[in-house]
Design a protein around this ligand. Structure first.
Ligand SMILES: Nc1ncnc2c1ncn2[C@@H]1O[C@H](COP(=O)(O)OP(=O)(O)O)[C@@H](O)[C@H]1O
Ligand SMILES: O=P(O)(O)OC[C@H]1O[C@](O)(COP(=O)(O)O)[C@@H](O)[C@@H]1O
Ligand SMILES: [Mg+2]
Length: 440
């Protein structure tokens, strides 16, 4: 259970400098729409959860609100900022970079902002990466494109070398835009910064199309990626309905969490089956997926199956899952395996079948952010700048139940966000598809 201590945010020191934004904050109060900096946001949101702790209200676990402070830690005129993007692509990376640069320069008056190229390797001299000066002019229209203007990479780097680079360039604030691996890397940087007695704020903006960062409503770019995925589900459905025994099979990204598969399915209410890593399924047997699918195709003439890449890995034989440079598992291709097994099963029962396999893969994450995600990215960037200028460190900014909050990095990587097989989302998926609760 998350405790009060888990939610404590680290700061570099007292805020003694008047914020250039202070004037705008005078009339602010805590309402449905804002939380003042002195207030806290309760972590639990049901009576049973909060009541179960048996604590007075002021001792209940609570989060520090995001947003501008009246006084800040860093003197903007003397502050130098670094930005890095790491891990897999995600729609909105450029929006976040742009938002950081514009907020820092226009509202705080920070004049020295650099981008490190290609993830954490951009700090390490042997890679020979250049450092990019980021000005409002440079970033103004970068949100029109997907990807990241800074480039990204996987693979661990020595945090000592990262901090050497921070020292060489006199960086006071480092913004890391990345997923769980990136946040773990950032925590190593914070440790070395502390060991050297430096005052560098490290603030993260969580990025993942898989939506697997816990305690937040949704990661930026997720909505765009899942919207993009609906196009393949629609195409699969059209193909399936247009051929005798048509079966549209769509494999979507989602290594450990099936959020893209679930939401894309709900958005395009066309699928008969959704398979995700969180819900194991039997393939064979009377109550297995293949037999159910055979009956569905015979009854309705067609079917659509959506599978997340991490689902059903136990069926991929003879292949040890590989690892990428960051140590993430590289799964076997569940889509191809399902295609093969579906064809074999239906052929064996003399059922005509035409399987059309879609693997949109990188296409769903390399697109520019949609307007909702763009707005979200900009607001996350603003929140990250406010947090960093106020000396917060080892923290990510995020939206939780529609409030912007600061979440300590150790908590953000303490677990993964999963689709709960007993939760509301999976129930909605079961209702939409009509698939059995279990294939067993
Ligand atoms: N356990 C870890 N400890 C320290 N750094 C890590 C760790 N895992 C990943 N990293 C660093 O974070 C970067 C991105 O991690 P990765 O897992 O590839 O993507 P993501 O941040 O999207 O999860 C890598 O370049 C690597 O240097
Ligand atoms: O082939 P790549 O670029 O290493 O990444 C593939 C993986 O990246 C993801 O899109 C997201 O992963 P991260 O958020 O860890 O970067 C996964 O869904 C997918 O398995
Ligand atoms: Mg990751």
């Amino acid at each position: 259970m998350v405790s009060h201590e888990d939610l404590a945010v680290r700061t570099l020191g007292p805020c003694r400098i008047d914020s250039p934004l202070a004037e705008r904050l005078v009339a602010r109060e805590t309402t449905q729409h804002s939380v003042v900096e002195e207030d806290r946001i309760l972590f639990d949101d049901t009576i049973s959860m909060a009541g179960g702790r048996d604590l007075p209200v002021e001792q209940l676990p609570s989060l520090e609100p995001g947003g501008p402070r009246k006084r800040i830690y860093f003197d903007p005129a003397k502050t130098r900022v670094g930005i890095v993007t790491c891990g897999g692509l995600c729609p909105g990376l450029n929006d976040v970079i742009r938002g950081l640069v514009l907020e820092l320069s226009r509202h705080y008056g920070v004049r020295r902002i650099v981008g490190f190229r290609n993830g954490y390797r951009g700090f390490v001299p042997r890679y020979g990466e250049d450092v990019v000066d980021l000005t409002p002019e440079v970033v103004m229209h970068i949100d029109d494109e997907g990807g990241t203007i800074l480039g990204t990479s996987r693979g661990e780097q020595d945090p000592e070398e990262v901090v050497d680079a921070l020292e060489r360039l006199n960086i006071n604030i480092l913004f890391v835009i990345g997923g769980d691996g990136t946040i773990r890397g950032a925590m190593d940087v914070v440790r070395v910064v502390g060991e050297r007695g430096l005052k560098v704020a490290v603030v993260g903006i969580p990025k993942t199309i898989d939506n697997d960062i816990p305690y937040i409503d949704q990661s930026f770019g997720f909505q765009t990626a899942m919207a993009e995925a609906t196009k393949s589900i629609h195409a699969a459905s059209v193909e399936a309905r247009s051929a005798p025994g048509g079966i549209g099979l769509v494999k979507l990204m989602g290594r450990h969490s099936g959020f893209i598969a679930c939401y894309a399915t709900l958005a395009k209410d066309d699928a008969d089956y959704v398979l995700i890593p969180e819900v194991p399924f039997a393939l064979d047997g009377e109550r297995g997926l293949l037999e159910h699918l055979r009956q569905r195709v015979q009854e309705r003439g067609h079917a659509v199956v959506v599978v997340a890449e991490g689902a059903g890995q136990e069926y991929i034989e003879g292949e040890e899952p590989g690892r990428d440079a960051s140590g993430n598992v590289r799964f076997g291709d569940i889509g191809r395996l399902l295609r093969k097994r579906i064809v074999e099963h239906l052929d064996a029962h003399g059922v005509e079948n035409n399987v059309r396999y879609f693997d949109p893969s990188y296409a769903i994450r390399s697109v520019p952010a949609n307007p909702f995600d763009s707005a979200y990215c900009l607001r996350l960037a603003h929140a990250a700048v406010h947090a960093a200028m106020a000396g917060r460190t080892e923290v990510i900014v995020a939206r939780r139940r529609r409030r912007f909050v600061h979440i300590p990095m150790p908590l953000a990587v303490s677990r993964r966000n999963h689709v709960d097989p007993l939760g509301d989302l999976w129930l909605s998926v079961l209702e939409a598809t009509g698939q059995p609760v279990r294939f067993e």
